[in-house]
Each structure stands twice: as C-alpha cells, then as structure tokens.
Design a binder for this molecule. Structure first.
Ligand SMILES: CCCCCCCC/C=C\CCCCCCCC(=O)SCCNC(=O)CCNC(=O)[C@H](O)C(C)(C)COP(=O)(O)OP(=O)(O)OC[C@H]1O[C@@H](n2cnc3c(N)ncnc32)[C@H](O)[C@@H]1OP(=O)(O)O
Length: 188
C-alpha cells in the first residue's frame, strides 16, 4: 500500500479555485491538440481519451484499452495506463484552471490488471494549489463509473507561461493551435 497517498498533497495547499470561464459541469471537453498521444484523433494508436467536466473541480475521462496498448498478452501496459492518467489529470488542470501546466511528478498504483477491451473510467480531482504547483489525484475503475478500482494516481502539475512551449516546442504547431482556440491564452 502506498504511503504517499496518506500524505497527499505533500505540502500545505490552498483550495483550488476553478477559473470563472472554466467549462461547466456536463461539458464534454474536446481534444486539446489533435496530435496529442493522449487525446488527439490524428494519432493512429493513441489513447483517444474523452473527458467530461463533472462536479466542481472534477473531470471524468474514459480510456478504452485496445490491442495496441498491450504489455502482457491481453493486458494493458502499465506505462500506457500512467500516460492515460497524465492526460486525464492534465486535462483537469488545464481546463478547470485555464492555465497551461506541465507534469512535474506523477505516481501510479496499479491495483488490478486492465484487460484489452475494457474501458477505464478515470475520475480526476484538483486537490490543492501552492503557488505554481497544482496537486491532482485520480482513480480509474473498470468498465463502469462504480466498477472495481484498478488504478490510482497522483500528480504535481506546474503552471508555466506560453514561453515554455515557445522555447522548448514547435512554434508553428503552437501558432496553429492558438488560432483554432482563440479563447485560450496560448498565442506566442
Ligand atoms: C489560458 C490557457 C488555457 C489553456 C486551456 C487548455 C485546455 C486543455 C489543456 C490541457 C490539457 C493538457 C493535457 C496534457 C497532459 C500531459 C502533460 C504532459 O505530459 S507535460 C510533459 C511532461 N512534463 C514536462 O515536460 C515538464 C518538464 N519539466 C520542466 O519543464 C520544469 O522542470 C518545470 C516547468 C516542471 C519546473 O521548472 P521551473 O524552472 O519552471 O520551476 P521550478 O522552480 O523548478 O519548479 C516550480 C516548483 O515546482 C516544484 N517541482 C518541480 N518539479 C518537481 C518534482 N518533480 N517533484 C516535486 N516538486 C517539483 C519545485 O520544487 C518548485 O517548488 P517551489 O515553488 O520551490 O516550492
């Protein structure tokens, strides 16, 4: 049993305040970037995660495991499951706080194997904010929102300015993204 979960968040935090323009409960969140491995529809073997805003500070995502996501025969690869949680929690931070953020730290507890063909229901919630640090945790259940608990994760996201992506990433793609999402403050 993870001891970290008992000390979570690991620092003193303030309650997270969703941005006034954060999407309301029930909103289905689109892919943030079509080439994103987690949510993009242009990545052939991507995870194609779909997310919906639930209660305040909570986002529910689904990830259906295909044969492209295997580690052992018929079972999801653990690293890919971690990726699914990175996406689900990152999307929670980005959409609810409406601030670009990157994953600083991410830990996963695998409680049960996740078979090919199953759908993970991932419930992610904002746990607290300390300066630029945003703490998030999530639970993934098998095949139903109240199905057996299969995976748990906790992450620290660090909010960054657009210059992070300008300095380290692909500026042309970033511009294109900014044009398609003029309501996001990501224009370089
Ligand atoms: C208005 C806009 C609206 C937008 C709306 C968008 C909607 C859709 C949105 C979005 C969906 C997104 C879904 C994506 C999901 C996937 C995300 C990923 O996979 S991201 C790629 C992987 N991660 C990286 O590549 C990071 C690489 N690391 C870095 O770039 C830096 O290390 C960074 C930025 C994380 C920190 O660097 P520093 O120089 O800026 O800041 P320092 O001072 O080092 O850290 C800040 C604080 O964080 C702590 N910190 C940083 N890393 C830590 C760690 N690993 N463990 C513990 N603490 C850490 C530090 O100790 C510091 O804490 P103290 O303020 O001093 O208390």
């Amino acid at each position: 049993v993870s001891t970290t979960a008992q000390n979570w968040p690991p620092v003193e935090v303030e309650a997270p305040t969703p941005h006034p323009d954060a999407p309301s409960p029930g909103t289905v969140l689109g892919a943030h970037y079509s080439h994103c491995f987690g949510c993009g529809d242009q990545v052939e073997s991507g995870l194609r995660i779909r997310s919906t805003v639930d209660d305040e500070g909570v986002v529910v995502s689904t990830f259906t495991v295909t044969k492209d996501h295997q580690g052992a025969p018929g079972l999801a690869h653990g690293g890919l499951l971690t990726c699914a949680f990175d996406e689900a929690m990152g999307s929670t931070v980005g959409n609810l706080l409406r601030k670009p953020a990157v994953t600083g730290r991410l830990e996963t507890d695998f409680r049960q194997p996740v078979p090919v063909g199953s759908t993970l229901y991932i419930v992610a919630k904002l746990d607290g904010v300390a300066g630029r640090k945003v703490y998030v945790s999530a639970e993934g259940r098998l095949d139903a929102p109240d199905g057996p608990l299969a995976v748990e994760a906790r992450a620290l996201f660090v909010t960054v300015g657009v210059e992070h992506f300008v300095k380290h990433g692909d500026v042309e793609q970033l511009k294109e993204l900014g044009e398609r999402h003029s309501d996001w403050d990501i224009n370089p």
